[in-house]
Design a protein around this ligand. Structure first.
Ligand code: PHE
Length: 319
């Protein structure tokens, strides 16, 4: 009986099985326990001998059980820790990290370039009135840019700004010259195709001082072009027209062997100075406005402006 018990104990695979074996042999109705009950059927002489044998069997099985129990307990604990074990030599799991949007990066890059030249960043409201957005900038009532077909109007006098130039007006009204400011921000026009978005980002640059000439304008443009597009970038001015500048220029930049039309520029029109209370005989200045999406598209060869707002990570993670 003891031998079969031992064999069963050896074969027990876990503590639960072991417990069943304990009950089977040593429980109240267990195989060994019930041997004790035979004592009363035996003679006086035989009883002590038999009792000793059964007791010995009982403690032997008990010890054997306890040993196996300790062993199984150790094994189970080991298994548990094995599961928790960390291999410190494995390489770490990669977590995808976010980063700044390409347009934000371009904006910061341009801000840094102009700040290093002594310009200050100024912001203004996205909801404007027609006076700041058009009239003060010498844009007459009949000008096509004022048309409801082209701009987002809330009322006949309030609209989403169509360019960042009204920030020039606001700043000149608030401060006395000289002035060197840039104003980045969102602007809004009724347009939507692969090169136009109804909401895009502009940066306006304004410099006002005594005796400012086209040379200062061209130098500033060249400096910017070299820093954004590399040392070999060149700048070319072509005559153009804007209501708020005279003369006005379309600015081309030579990049990767191609002349690309990138921005509008000019010398601040005397009428604009008059509208903000600056004396045009004393003060002169240049201004230009550029689209950040356009700069990014040229620099990185992006073909569809709508990619900037699609939030497709396959696009975003390239820049
Ligand atoms: N405000 C003009 C535009 O939105 C750009 C510009 C700014 C042109 C300053 C000349 C001078 O198109």
């Amino acid at each position: 009986l003891v031998d079969t018990a031992k064999k069963e104990i050896d074969n027990a695979e876990d503590l639960q099985q072991l417990n069943l074996i304990r009950v089977k042999y040593l429980g109240k109705k267990g195989l060994i326990t019930s041997q004790m009950k035979k004592l009363k059927d035996l003679s006086q002489q035989e009883r002590p001998k038999f009792g000793a044998v059964v007791n010995k069997a009982k403690s032997e099985v008990e010890d054997y059980l306890n040993n196996r129990m300790n062993e199984l307990y150790r094994i189970e604990k080991q298994k548990k820790y094995e599961k928790l074990r960390v291999d410190v030599t494995l390489s770490g799991a990669r977590k995808d990290r976010g980063h700044l949007h390409i347009l934000t990066k371009i904006q910061k890059e341009l801000e840094d370039i102009f700040i290093s030249m002594g310009f200050e960043v100024v912001e203004g409201p996205e909801v404007e009135d027609t006076w700041h957005n058009f009239d003060a900038l010498n844009t007459p009532e009949w000008h096509p840019a004022r048309d409801v077909q082209d701009s987002f109007y809330f009322t006949d006098k309030i609209l989403l700004r169509t360019h960042t130039s009204p920030v020039q007006v606001r700043t000149m009204l608030e401060r006395k010259p000289p002035l060197a400011i840039i104003s980045p921000g969102r602007v809004f026009r009724r347009d939507y195709d692969s090169t136009h978005l109804p909401m895009f980002t502009q940066m306006e640059v304004l410099y006002v001082d005594k005796n400012v000439t086209v040379k200062h304008l061209k130098y500033t443009l060249e400096e910017m072009a070299r820093k954004v597009f590399g040392d070999s970038a060149k700048v070319r001015l072509k005559p153009s027209f804007f209501p708020f500048t005279e003369p006005s220029y379309e600015v081309d930049i030579l990049f990767n062997g191609k002349w690309l039309e990138i921005l509008g520029a000019g010398m601040v029109d005397p009428n604009v100075f008059k509208n903000v209370g600056y004396d045009p005989n004393e003060w002169s200045g240049f201004a230009f406005g550029l689209g950040l999406e356009r700069i990014a598209m040229v620099k990185y060869g992006i073909r569809d402006i709508r990619d900037f707002i699609k939030n497709d990570v396959r696009f975003l993670e390239n820049y």
